[in-house]
Design a protein around this ligand. Structure first.
Ligand code: GLU
Length: 378
């Protein structure tokens, strides 16, 4: 058994999946959650802060609705009703383990991409920790429509880690960590204890493994790790069906997989821009502009823009693409100072011509460096 020494941490988000909460597919079982709760209590006793992201609402709700149990294609209202029924059971199930109060936060994608709601959720979370509660987060499945959902609690946990400015994201699942191939199919599959950088080779080994009640698989865990590590949050995957894993963790030792945090993390605001803010259009640039942005830390100026796609307003997020032969490659995302109509007029022009062309100069740059985030698209 190989152990990794964990750096000391102060605040962690622990994500517990449906497979751990409802190992039989329904109900909230204490089989694996009891050791998790003991671990949380011990961490809190040691002065650490914990936020729990818990799945399992739909699975819990199902235990009260046997007629829906065998149904394969449950309708959206049925699923949303099951989540509403099960969410209270989920909270009751966790609360009974703790001597301190639990608090419930239900979020949707909308709460993350809307900056005001994001900041509001962040402040509430901070206060709930100050008040000595254990915040328990889930997706607001009952009201979130498909397009407004994060969709899986792995990615939701990464957003919460970002909101909470955590320094560790712990993803609890039912296998030991990330393997170099699917351990359920290949008995020679090897556990990868350390991932220094999440690139395409890591995504390609993850596949789409899923169990019947979980929304996420290894792919969503890697997506979550990517989001967290780029903002400087170490992310670990552990097997929560093995209670000894928590004893090791309390000794600062990891048995599982660690995705190492990026040594030059982007700021939380840029992270929010990159992952949470939907882009409303595209700005296509030439190789000179791409180089200036990527290598010289420059802002985006109108001179390097060769095309605009979509309609967008000033202060909206746009994606920046490099036109390379006939290929378009996404290189950055940022907040534009000019809308799409204005940009069509000033594209390819020097900044000192903007005033002549538009009749006003808002800013010399189209996207200021501080509002531009590079995308590492390896
Ligand atoms: N929010 C869902 C539930 O509570 C779970 C989503 C997930 O497991 O990723 O049932």
């Amino acid at each position: 058994m190989e152990f990794i020494t964990l750096s000391d941490w102060k605040r962690a988000v622990i994500k517990v999946g449906s497979g751990i909460i409802a190992p039989g597919g329904i109900k909230c079982s204490s089989k694996y959650t009891l050791p998790i709760a003991a671990f949380i209590t011990e961490c809190i006793n040691r002065g650490k802060e914990i936020i729990l992201v818990s799945s399992g609402a739909v699975a819990a709700g199902l235990s009260t609705q046997p007629q829906l149990l065998k149904k394969n294609n449950r309708s959206i209202p049925e699923k949303q009703a099951l989540a509403a029924i099960g969410q209270t059971m989920l909270m009751a199930s966790w609360s009974r383990f703790f001597d301190f109060p639990c608090s419930q936060i239900l979020l949707t994608y909308d709460d993350i991409h809307n900056r005001k709601r994001f900041v509001n959720a962040k402040n509430t979370l901070k206060k709930l920790l100050e008040l000595g509660t254990l915040p328990i987060v889930n997706e607001n499945d009952t009201v979130a429509t498909e397009e407004l959902k994060v969709g899986d609690n792995d990615n939701l946990a990464a957003y919460v880690a970002m909101l909470a400015e955590a320094d560790l994201l712990i993803i609890c699942t039912d296998i030991d960590g990330l393997y170099d191939s699917d351990p359920k199919k290949n008995k020679n599959a090897k556990l990868i204890p350390v991932v220094e950088k999440i690139d395409s080779s890591i995504y390609s080994i993850a596949g789409d493994s899923k169990n019947s009640i979980s929304t996420g698989g290894m792919k969503t865990k890697i997506e979550a790790a990517k989001k967290a590590t780029v903002v400087g949050i170490d992310t670990i995957i552990i097997n929560a069906t093995k209670s000894e894993v928590f004893d090791y963790l309390l000794d600062g030792k990891l048995f599982g997989t660690i995705f190492k945090k990026n040594e030059n993390p982007i700021t939380a605001k840029k992270m929010w821009m990159l992952y949470a803010l939907p882009a409303n259009g595209k700005i296509i640039v030439d190789s000179g502009a791409a180089k200036a942005i990527q290598k010289k830390g420059a802002s985006l100026l109108p001179s390097g823009i060769i095309d605009i796609e979509g309609e967008f307003k000033k202060n909206e997020a746009v994606e920046v693409y490099l036109k390379d032969a006939n290929d378009l490659r996404l290189i950055a995302k940022g907040i534009t100072q000019y809308n799409s109509n204005e940009l069509k007029k000033i594209q390819g022009k020097k900044s000192n011509q903007i005033k002549n062309i538009l009749g006003y100069l808002r800013t010399e740059e189209v996207i200021h460096r501080d509002e531009l985030v590079l995308i590492d698209n390896e």
